[in-house]
Design a protein. Structure first.
Length: 158
């Protein structure tokens, strides 16, 4: 973390194929557009093993494409090292938060700040709901929430 001189953020959801890769892609695009992407280490991961190695959900990819946001990711599970190497670990819902806090308690002296991405939402919507069993409209809602939250997060950390 401090050794690289970069800020770092890890976005987390259950499977790392819907919400967290959308947040990662949105944040990366915003940081790129702001000219600060090279000052950041940006990634996303899952709390579960369900989708390891899989690409983002095709509906999320289509949503990102429609907004001109590049997206390239393969699902991975959060590691103990992530808790030590990322400054911020931002998750989507209470279940993610509970699992991350449980895992962090198994790692000594975790420097990462673990919180809900929705805590940055100017519209005060704390939870970013999983769109997996939903419609294209649900992916649009995730995109909109992630865009608001990532914008506020980037502004708070620039």
């Amino acid at each position: 973390m401090a050794a690289t001189g970069k800020k770092s953020v890890l976005f987390i959801c259950l499977g790392n194929i819907c919400r967290s890769p959308i947040a990662e892609a949105v944040f990366r695009k915003m940081a790129t557009d702001a000219g600060v992407v090279d000052k950041w280490r940006i990634d996303s991961a899952a709390t579960s093993n369900y989708e390891i190695g899989n690409p983002p959900d095709h509906r999320g990819q289509a949503c990102m494409k429609s907004h001109g946001v590049p997206m390239q990711h393969a699902s991975r599970k959060v590691t103990n090292d992530d808790f030590m190497s990322f400054e911020y670990i931002l998750c989507m819902d209470e279940s993610n938060l509970s699992e991350l806090n449980r895992r962090a308690n198994l790692v000594k002296n975790v420097p990462a700040k673990i919180e809900l991405l929705g805590s940055y939402d100017p519209q005060k919507k704390l939870i970013i709901k999983d769109p997996y069993y939903g419609s294209d409209e649900d992916f649009e809602k995730v995109y909109d929430q992630c865009a608001r939250c990532c914008k506020a997060f980037l502004e708070n950390n620039s």
